[in-house]
Design a binder for this molecule. Structure first.
Ligand code: PEP
Ligand code: MG
Length: 579
């Protein structure tokens, strides 16, 4: 009888394949005492195992195909670096010396200690780091215990089209999946932010994680259907269900390959109006996808990640290195670096202010407000942006503006930094554009003022909607009010676009609404001409733009903004395809 297991879908796509179960036989570890004279030999045994682990990983890294995004190699580099880390190498040696225990036991003790330290933290990113420690130590332990490589580690084994079912997969396992042509994977542990999930998404391998006891239910060799979008694993499917999924898989594959044909196509509406399509990027993994989809530069580069998961403040050089990689990846194209947007839901250790518990943090000290309050967080970033402007078409964007004074203060800081650079003979772009985000209703209502003071604007609907309808996005009780189609929200967007147009100031939209194809026609009708969307959505949006006749969209939207009849509003929205 057909059964199904549920987990978290972390990489979209549907696959039908034969299960291959990865059974890492639990590593049985025992402590035994090493006689004093044997201690150097035991340490040498540990060192050899670490060297072998390094050689194995380095070999794997070399086999990564040349076109693979740089970040993928970086995941392996992280493990290689960990194999150099004193916490993993020197500490176990100290334990061998002091406890006179075997190398396996010393590694186990060190792993327990590190894992316990990571478990104290409830940040999902740090949990990923904990998984890394586990993967790296297990790799050394397997070598010490002379365990044979598993089938998926053996590059000779034929696993083409199989569905890998494992307790957990390391980034290195994920790379091997690509090598083997594995159709999908299912794991018992792991979350959507794990490195494995990120890698799987970028490699396009459908995956479901967090399927508890998957290996107890699934038998080797049985046929599985994996729906990586829904987080579903189906077994013993009857013909009707299998046919349904086969159809969906084929349709999806067709859609993806049809979209791929749009890569080189210009972004124009059905009536021939050119629209600008830019990318929102965060990880370097996104850069290739953005370029391949034909994005015209970067409309939003979120810089928060530089501040996260650390206790200190990123240095100017760290900022500079990250921005330089971005600018180099998008040669001759504009890149919009948004200054720090920390506070509220994006907490960091290094800021004193964000650690103070206050009511309504979304209305408190965040984004540009925090930046102006804590110059030690902000100034190294500003200086790095000014310096990197010498290398390409860099634009600086200020988040969450609510008052023109904030523009004046940031501009003043930038001018001072530029004056210093001039004096020190440091290169920079004298005409680097400075723009701002329209995320606060007061800024939308006063967009004409911001348009005069800035070189460009970008509407951040994620925040604009929550502030416009006065809800806290993390409060489930009122989440039903979070609606991009609220007529008041649409009026704010329309007002901002019209004011910017009248002031000859380019205005984009970089919130999620811009990347949702249900709203493409509506946004075009509202007058939006610059869309900045996540790289994975660029082609879908390009397709929706191509299907829109601008004149039709404009007149429908004008009627919708005017009507006071909710039913008529609804039906006009439906005409625009928003349902
Ligand atoms: C937004 O608010 O729409 C936006 C793009 O910024 P973030 O999602 O980073 O707050
Ligand atoms: Mg925002």
């Amino acid at each position: 009888m057909t059964w199904s297991l549920h987990g978290k879908g972390v990489s979209r796509g549907i696959a039908i394949g034969v299960a291959h179960i990865v059974r890492r036989d639990a590593l049985e570890l025992y402590e035994y005492t090493i006689a004093e004279p044997e201690v150097p030999a035991e340490i040498a045994r540990l060192e050899r195992a670490i060297d072998d682990a390094k050689a194995h990983l380095a070999g794997m890294r070399e086999k990564i195909p040349a076109h693979t995004p740089a970040d993928i190699a970086a995941f392996i580099d992280t493990h290689l670096l960990m194999l150099e880390d004193a916490m993993l190498t020197d500490e176990p040696k100290r334990l061998i010396r002091e406890r006179r225990c075997n190398a396996e036991w010393a590694l186990k003790l060190q792993r327990d200690m590190l894992v316990a330290a990571f478990d104290q933290m409830d940040d999902p990113y740090l949990r990923t780091r904990r998984d890394d420690v586990d993967h790296v130590i297990n790799r050394i332990l397997r070598i010490l215990l002379n365990h044979a490589p598993m089938a998926h580690e053996n590059t000779e084994t034929a696993l083409d089209g199989a569905v890998l079912v494992a307790d957990d997969l390391s980034p290195a396992d994920t790379l091997l999946m690509q090598h083997h042509g594995i159709a999908a994977f299912v794991t018992e542990y792991g979350g959507p932010t794990s490195h494995t999930a990120i890698l799987a998404r970028s490699l396009g391998v459908p995956g479901v994680v967090g399927v508890h006891h998957a290996r107890r239910f699934i038998r080797e060799g049985e046929t599985l259907i994996v729906d990586g979008g829904e987080g579903l694993v189906i077994g013993e499917a009857d013909q009707r269900i299998t046919e349904h999924y086969r159809l969906r898989r084929d349709e999806r594959n067709k859609r993806v390959s049809n979209l791929a044909r749009l890569k080189r196509a210009p972004t124009v509406t059905a009536d021939g109006v050119a629209i600008e399509l830019q990318a929102n990027v965060e990880l370097e993994l996104d850069y290739d996808a953005a370029r391949a989809a034909g994005a015209r530069g970067v409309g939003l580069f979120r810089t928060e990640f530089l501040y996260m998961n650390r206790v200190d403040v990123p240095t100017e050089e760290e900022h500079f290195a990250a921005y330089r990689r971005l600018v180099e990846a998008f040669r001759n194209q504009p890149v919009t670096i948004r200054t720090l947007d920390i506070g509220a839901d994006k907490q960091i250790e290094a800021s004193l202010s964000t650690r103070v518990n206050v009511a309504n943090p979304a209305l408190g000290l965040r984004a540009v407000r925090l930046a102006l309050k804590e110059p030690e967080l902000f100034l190294p970033q500003l200086r790095a942006i000014v310096r990197v402007s010498a290398l390409g078409q860099v634009r600086l964007m200020i988040p969450m503006l609510s008052h023109l004074d904030e523009v004046a203060q940031v501009t003043e800081l930038v001018r001072r930094i530029q004056a210093d650079c001039r004096q020190q003979g440091v290169d920079f772009d004298e005409s680097m554009p400075i723009g701002g985000m329209i995320e606060v209703p007061a800024a939308a209502a006063y967009a004409d003022g911001f348009a005069r003071a800035l070189d460009f604007l970008s509407i951040g609907t994620n925040d604009l909607i929550q502030y416009a309808v006065a809800i806290d996005r993390v409060n489930e009780e009122v989440s039903y009010l979070y609606d991009p189609l609220n007529p008041g929200v649409l009026r704010l967007i329309s007002m901002a676009i019209r004011a910017a147009d009248a002031g000859d100031c380019p205005i984009a939209m970089c919130g999620e609404m811009a990347g949702d194809v249900r709203y493409t026609k509506l946004l075009l009708g509202l007058g939006l001409r610059i869309f900045s969307v996540h790289s994975s959505l660029l082609l879908e949006v390009k397709q929706a733009i191509a299907a829109t006749t601008l004149e039709d969209a404009k007149s429908t939207v004008a009627r919708a903004l005017r009507t006071a009849d909710p039913q008529r509003f609804k039906s006009l929205m439906a005409t625009l395809g928003t349902a």
